[in-house]
Ligand binder design. Structure first.
Ligand code: NAD
Length: 369
């Protein structure tokens, strides 16, 4: 009998992307062999490398490959080479936003788990980190990043008391259905966890946040078993470092979620430990929360674990391979328990013979599998 085959669209992208993706593919191949399934990987251009080759950060062929796949695995995009403030020049991040929009990926799930052996790698005291296990559910296709925007020159600002000059604005725009569907994802997730949901907004200032709060409470009527706590985003930013264990599931709009999830990632000690899943109606996308880390690209020192944890999320959410996902998670935890560390998660007490690079860390996880 032919083995079950999954088609995975692979987007290595820029910077450390290709280095960490190589480890993900090697782990996938190993898992496929032991699970008796075939992973058919199709690599495509995305981000800065795609701009160089085609002029577009998301060429049509890449989008087609993504749409045809069972899941998309993305490493990271961007870098100084493509940094520009010229609105007419293509930027790698446009590929990310475009892919989210085209695949309808409105929900971004970011689990924040503190692996006990890494409690020392965080800048917070180990006792503050005890019991931290939260899920941040970020709205991904609305709000400020997709609202109406403009840049104008030669604006006369006399009416506002300013002189003539340049003007720019972005708008935070949310529709009821956008809030309701992300709220449902969060309530469902909370129901399967500790049943506690923090809805984070800025309702004391923003009209879009007042609508957010209203709609979340309307959806809450269908989830009487989930406790809802409204929290202002500035307070959440503070609570995340004060008492992070209070959080089970956090749901919030696009930009607040962007910022809070980076903050929360530091609880784990490094951006290199944080994975994410972006879900919509069809093909889902899995990627580490960190960027392309151009400062360490090509050195073989990047931490591949966020990438491997993204593979774990893919196995769970798109491929229904929960056994394999559990094995991968256990292998990663085991390697950390054995004391192996990449530079970003190493502590003062890390033994010299336990300091490893990207490929070695990937090999250790595969050996454990
Ligand atoms: P970054 O996440 O790339 O790096 C921030 C810091 O964390 C750097 O010091 C980096 O070395 C370190 N770091 C990140 N990932 C690591 C890993 N796996 N192992 C070890 N250390 C790691 O963020 P940045 O420096 O603000 O952005 C760099 C580029 O990445 C920019 O072009 C930015 O636009 C892009 N970016 C892309 C994504 C994405 O692809 N989803 C996300 C964020 C930023």
């Amino acid at each position: 009998m032919e083995p079950r085959t999954f088609r995975i669209c692979v987007l290595p992208g820029d910077g450390i992307g290709p280095e960490i993706m190589a480890e993900a593919i090697a782990v996938l191949t190993a898992l496929g062999e032991s699970e008796g399934v075939a992973f058919e990987t199709a690599e495509a251009l995305f981000g800065g490398v795609a701009i160089d080759a085609t002029g577009s950060p998301m060429p049509t062929a890449t989008l087609d490959a993504a749409l045809a796949a069972d899941a998309v695995l993305l490493a990271a995009v961007g870098g100084p080479k493509w940094d520009t403030t010229d609105p007419d020049k293509p930027r790698p991040e446009q590929g990310l936003l475009g892919m989210r929009k085209e695949l309808g990926l409105f929900a971004n799930l970011r689990p924040v788990r503190v692996f006990a052996p890494l409690a020392d790698a965080s800048s917070l005291k180990p006792e503050v980190l005890e019991g931290v296990d939260m899920l941040i559910v970020r709205e991904l296709t609305g709000g400020l990043y997709f609202g109406e925007r403009a840049r104008q020159t030669g604006v006369t600002g006399a009416a506002e008391g300013g002189g003539p000059g340049r003007r720019a604005y972005d708008t935070m725009d949310y529709r009821e259905f956008e809030i309701a569907r992300i709220a449902r994802v969060a309530f469902e997730a909370a129901r399967g966890r500790q049943g506690r949901l923090h809805s984070v907004d800025k309702a004391n200032v923003l009209e879009s946040s007042r609508l957010w709060r209203e709609v979340v409470h309307e959806v809450a009527r269908d989830y009487p078993d989930v406790e809802v706590i409204d929290q202002l985003v500035d307070n959440t930013a503070m609570q995340l470092v004060r008492r992070p264990a209070q959080f089970d599931v956090i749901v919030t709009e696009n930009m607040f979620g962007d910022i809070l999830s980076d903050e929360a990632s530091m609880l784990t000690g490094s951006l290199g430990m944080l994975a994410s899943a972006s879900l919509g109606e069809g093909t889902a996308l899995y990627e580490p929360s960190h960027g392309s880390a151009p400062d360490i690209a090509g050195q073989g020192v990047a931490n591949p674990l966020a990438m491997l944890l993204s593979v774990e999320l893919m196995l769970r959410h798109s491929l229904d391979m929960h056994g394999a996902a559990d094995r991968l998670a256990a292998a990663i935890a085991g390697v950390l328990e054995d004391g192996f560390r990449t530079r970003d998660i190493a502590g003062e007490d890390t033994a010299a013979d336990r300091m490893v690079g990207t490929a070695e860390m990937g090999d250790l996880v595969r050996l454990r599998l």
